[in-house]
Design a protein around this ligand. Structure first.
Ligand SMILES: N[C@@H](CCC(=O)N[C@@H](CS)C(=O)NCC(=O)O)C(=O)O
Length: 288
């Protein structure tokens, strides 16, 4: 793998040993991401949370592409893991995003911890905050509730990732095998609902989006009719990027003119299409 193999330490933030530093850019942050065959290569929803975060704060970074199947060895070699108890096959699941920041010589994993790290190291007012001080717990609660609300969409997206988006052959095999284990099916296509089940399950996706929409409508007043696009009011924050990253993933995998996206973009008075449009401003990086 990239770096010397060290004993596994489960940290979500640590200083990088000296011998590993020389292999990474020293003039800007490195963001580790998984390459897919989509324009721009970046598709992973969790890594998009960090892309949006870095771009929103206008912090320059470079992407280091890591095959999906190499995420675990990379993280082990860096001595970094997400502190989640998510497991596959009784094993710790190693995930991206991970960043390396030469400014502090820290390596940080997990999109929420990265956002907190960026706010500490690149503070307000020079850099806009991702998570306002004092709202860390609320943000974590929002993210958890958002994940539960959108859980029904996975069955409509994950099989299509395997069918349409080509990873390297090793990663393609890994993606199918791990997701079949995750959903407890022999073949990933089994989870894609059809017929009457599809109607019922699609209704659950709509109910999830309606629930999230109700949180946005509550912003800024008691009327429940707010048209403001961001959950904290005037400016976007990490919670918004969490929603936008999920939407972006759905739209990229289904395709702009798919029946699925054609539905979603009309739901909730077009809120979701508008949100993705507004987030376009944070899609491209800052170049030195
Ligand atoms: N809570 C984590 C979740 C990260 C996550 O699930 N990342 C996926 C990519 S979207 C991953 O790296 N999966 C590795 C694998 O499936 O082996 C975060 O937001 O950082």
């Amino acid at each position: 793998m990239f770096y010397t193999t060290r004993p596994l330490l489960l940290h979500s933030r640590r200083r990088l040993p000296i011998e590993a530093r020389t292999k990474l850019a020293q003039d800007r942050i490195t963001l580790f991401d998984i390459p897919f065959d989509v324009p721009g290569r970046a598709l992973s929803p969790s890594v998009w949370k960090t892309r949006y975060s870095l771009n929103y704060k206008r912090i320059p970074f470079v992407t280091q592409w890591v095959d999906l199947v190499d995420v675990e060895p990379l993280c082990k070699s860096l001595g970094i893991a997400t502190l989640s108890n998510r497991r596959f096959d009784n094993r710790q699941l190693y995930t991206l995003p991970v960043i390396y920041d030469p400014k502090s010589n820290h390596i940080v994993s997990d999109s929420m911890r990265i956002a907190q790290y960026l706010d500490e190291e690149y503070p307000d007012p020079e850099y806009p905050p991702l998570i306002k001080k004092g709202t860390e717990g609320l943000t974590q609660g929002f993210i958890h509730a958002r994940e539960l609300a959108l859980a029904p969409v996975h069955q409509f997206v994950v099989p299509l990732v395997a069918q349409r988006l080509h990873l390297s052959p090793r990663s393609q095999e890994y993606f199918r095998r791990t997701r079949e284990m995750w959903f407890k099916v022999g073949n990933l296509e089994e989870i894609l609902p059809d017929g009457d089940t599809r109607v019922v399950e699609w209704g659950k996706v709509k109910a999830g989006m309606d629930l999230i929409d109700s949180w946005y409508r509550a912003v800024g007043g008691t009327e429940g009719q707010s048209q403001q696009g961001w959950i904290m009011g005037g400016q976007p924050c990490f919670s918004d990027f969490n929603v936008a990253a999920a939407l972006r993933w759905m739209k990229s995998v289904w395709g702009e003119s798919s029946p699925e996206w054609s539905d979603v973009k009309l739901w909730n008075e077009g809120r979701w299409a508008r949100m993705l449009d507004d987030c376009k401003a944070y899609e491209n990086g800052v170049h030195l």
